[in-house]
Design a protein around this ligand. Structure first.
Ligand code: SF4
Length: 243
């Protein structure tokens, strides 16, 4: 199947900025941003991030408050602190052999950095790749990782795969089979996540009096190290806890 996939990727693959680099720091930034944010939203934020902090050392030297502020709008703000922690560790000790030792780096993100930055023979399996592998029952080499990701993101999509436009259709046993829709995440609107996001956004603009904010959201953000509360004032952390 790879012989069908790769020519399609050559002509129809996505042109994404993190594909133009093998810098492990830049790859890590992109992968952490992509963990829970859509590609279109990540692209400009990734470029802005690297302009501000082009190296792992520059990010390591930033304050947690600046990192949280720069992250605003990407959602799931704990990722910003994890990225910051990882940068500090790498700046101090170099890249660990086991990348999952870095904060917020799970097996998938580790595999992606190993593949795209270090060129290792490992296939990172994200949700899109997993879907294509499952449906095609195909075997693909690690060099096909980006092609599989693009096929899963644009053609072999979750609910209504576009089999008629798929380069693998004549070899795929799942062609034209529809799957039951997966359970969707609850709405963001009116959720506690939204409340947390709004609270953090307010604090990122300027320190606030605790009484002006949603207490539960503040406590939750405080537990995650995203804000500090001192003498009734809620602010972004300048230094991280324990540093
Ligand atoms: S033929 Fe359909 S189900 Fe099979 S890989 Fe292509 S899009 Fe997915």
């Amino acid at each position: 199947m790879e012989s069908l996939l790769m020519p399609w990727f050559e002509s129809s693959g996505r042109d994404l900025p993190w594909r133009a680099t093998h810098d492990p720091y830049a790859i890590l930034v992109s992968e952490v941003m992509l963990q829970q944010t859509q590609v279109e939203r990540v692209v400009p934020r990734y470029l802005a991030w690297l302009e501000r902090w082009p190296t792992v050392e520059s990010l390591a030297g930033a304050t947690a408050a600046d990192v949280i502020r720069e992250w605003q709008g990407l959602g799931y703000n704990r990722r910003a602190l994890n990225l910051h922690r990882s940068a500090r560790r790498v700046a101090a000790q170099g890249w660990p052999d086991d990348l999952t030792e870095l904060s917020g780096v799970g097996p998938y993100t580790a595999a992606a950095v190993r593949r795209f930055a270090f060129g290792e023979d490992v296939l990172p399996i994200d949700v899109n790749v997993e879907r294509v592998l499952r449906r095609t029952k195909g075997r693909f080499f690690p060099r096909a990782a980006e092609a599989l990701m693009d096929l899963g993101a644009t053609v072999c999509i979750a609910r209504t795969p576009r089999c008629e436009a798929c380069p693998l259709s004549r070899a795929c046993p799942s062609r034209d089979i529809r799957e039951a829709p997966a359970r969707k995440q609850g709405p963001f609107e009116g959720s506690f996540r939204q409340q947390r996001a709004a609270t953090l956004r307010a604090v990122a603009e300027s320190a606030r009096v605790l009484g002006d904010l949603d207490h539960e959201a503040v406590r939750s953000l405080e537990r995650d190290g995203l804000v500090v509360v001192e003498e009734g004032v809620v602010a972004l952390p300048i230094r991280e806890r324990g540093s």
